[in-house]
Design a protein around this ligand. Structure first.
Ligand code: GLN
Length: 501
């Protein structure tokens, strides 16, 4: 292949096995690509060329020695900076953690190392994963490779942009309210939020512990499935980790490509359409439904009336949990320390300087919502809404095997456009948040580009808890049908970036 950065992770793995390319060559090709375009895209906060090449060399030597290797051995990967990586800077996009090098690996980091995948570096994100545009990063925004004046989504804009810019074939993301799926949608890539507890959170810097979930980011459904199986599984270090086998995502994706969808019921969530949804986004969504029908699926409409309150409930539960999780950044244990006369003032000055506006906004909101006089009215009510949303999902899954919607109401907006309007920013996640409140899995895949602006649109598939494999089956079936319709895989249609010579 002329340019290995254009291959899928599955193709790379097969080519290494067949002796057509080495991991060093693959890793170097991606490092070269990062060097060429990341000045514009800014997907990475830290690039570890030496570490990645060292792993690649080990894999090549092991392969040459005839060693049995894991499926993705030698395939390079980008890691969201929310995951702690021993000896490699970890900031969660915050100035308060500038210069911090974790003394240990997150479970998922360890699994990537055990899978023998070279880690290219750490990707940019909204500070502590709060945001939908990566503009809240303490280190400057990431830009969307489809149009550098537009946002790549958030909080995991760096991971998604690294895939769309061909800087990495796979990446890790975290999804608390949509931070894997929404960036995937606006960059024309694939992103999956597994069932809550399906992937260990140990060593993932916590935003809101009852909502957070790590997951795979990729350019194809099959690649996401391959990475999902690397990441998933029980972990005694995480008290909420599910004690059950990793779902068979890869087999399900294969089944989706090879078999029709006869007998599969697809539920369209009525509340996630209409007002606020861009015409081209809805058009591509409808076309995808037709493709699913043509493959034999039955499409029904379902109603989830409580979704109307999902965003409001989320923006009480998330800040409440975040205000508690972020208390540990106190100038004593990690990173930044702004020295003042007393301990209290040192803590205050450090947090004032180290945290950005969005983080402060949410800490204040969360502290208020949890205060004695308001707890029942705010946090308590939000928890009740959460139960109603879970019930809506349970009822909807009686009528359908999977539920679907556009992933985001619009294509990517311009940088700066919503920065001063938190509510407009929050509305991006209106279709992704319900899944986090219910703990169910969600997958976003590209459904095309909107006719009015030529920018990517996303199709979201939700499944009941523990049924992650189902999304891969339907996702792979749709991906194949879309590729036939569009004359090639959608991720291969990402526009070329001008490379400065
Ligand atoms: N954009 C949402 C928020 O700002 C989701 C964030 C996330 O999933 N980490 O909270």
């Amino acid at each position: 292949m002329a340019d290995w950065t254009r291959a899928s992770a599955a193709q790379m793995a097969a080519a290494m096995k067949a002796g057509e390319v080495t991991s060093v060559e693959l890793t170097q090709a991606h490092l070269d690509r990062i060097a060429a375009v990341d000045g514009d895209v800014h997907a990475f906060l830290h690039v570890d060329a030496e570490g990645a090449l060292a792993t690649a060399r080990e894999v090549d030597a092991a392969r040459a020695a005839g060693e049995e290797l894991p499926p993705l051995a030698g395939v390079p990967i980008a890691v969201k900076d929310i995951l702690v990586t021993k000896g490699m800077p970890t900031t969660a996009g915050s100035r308060i953690l500038e210069g911090w090098e974790p003394p240990y690996d997150a479970t998922v980091t360890r699994k990537i190392r055990e899978a023998r995948m070279p880690i290219l570096g750490k990707t940019n994100m909204d500070e502590f994963a709060m945001g939908s545009s990566t503009e809240h990063s303490g280190y400057g925004p990431t830009r969307n490779p489809w149009d550098l004046d537009r946002i790549p989504g958030g909080s995991g804009g760096g991971s998604a942009a690294s895939l769309a810019a061909w800087e990495a074939p796979l990446a890790i993301g975290s999804d608390t309210g949509g931070s894997i799926r929404q960036p995937a949608s606006v960059t024309g890539t694939v992103g999956v939020k597994p069932t809550y507890g399906g992937v260990s959170r140990y060593g993932a810097i916590a935003l809101a512990s009852s909502l957070d979930q790590l997951g795979p980011c990729a350019r194809t459904v099959e690649d996401a499935a391959l990475l999902h199986e690397v990441m998933g599984g029980h972990d005694p270090m995480d008290a909420t980790s599910l004690d059950e086998p990793v779902p068979s995502c890869v087999d399900a994706a294969r089944q989706g490509r090879e078999e029709d969808l006869a007998g599969v019921r697809i539920g369209v969530i009525k509340e996630l359409s209409g007002e606020g949804y861009q015409a081209g986004v809805e058009q591509r969504f409808e076309e995808s439904l037709e493709l699913l029908k043509a493959r034999g699926a039955e499409v029904v409409e379902v109603s989830c009336p409580s979704f109307e309150y999902a965003l409001a409930a989320y923006y009480l539960i998330l800040p409440s949990e975040a205000s508690s999780n972020l208390a540990k950044f106190d100038s004593v244990r990690f990173g930044l320390r702004v020295e003042k006369a007393t301990v209290e003032r040192t803590m205050g000055a450090t947090r004032a300087e180290g945290f950005g506006d969005e983080v402060k906004r949410r800490i204040i909101l969360g502290t208020y919502a949890l205060s004695a006089g308001y707890y029942d009215a705010y946090y308590g009510s939000a928890q009740k809404v959460r139960t109603l949303i879970q019930r809506d999902f349970a009822a909807a899954f009686e009528q359908a095997d999977v539920l679907v919607s556009p992933t985001t109401p619009t294509t990517p907006f311009k940088l700066g456009e919503r920065l001063d309007d938190p509510l407009a920013m929050y509305l991006n996640d209106v279709a992704t948040i319900p899944a986090n409140l219910a703990g169910i899995p969600g997958l976003s895949l590209p459904s095309g580009t909107a006719p009015e602006d030529g920018l990517p649109t996303g199709f979201q598939i939700l499944a009941p808890a523990h049924e992650d494999a189902r999304m891969y089956r339907i996702g792979a079936a749709l991906e194949k049908a879309l590729a036939e319709q569009w004359g090639g895989h959608l991720s291969a249609q990402a526009p070329e970036l001008e490379v400065a010579q």
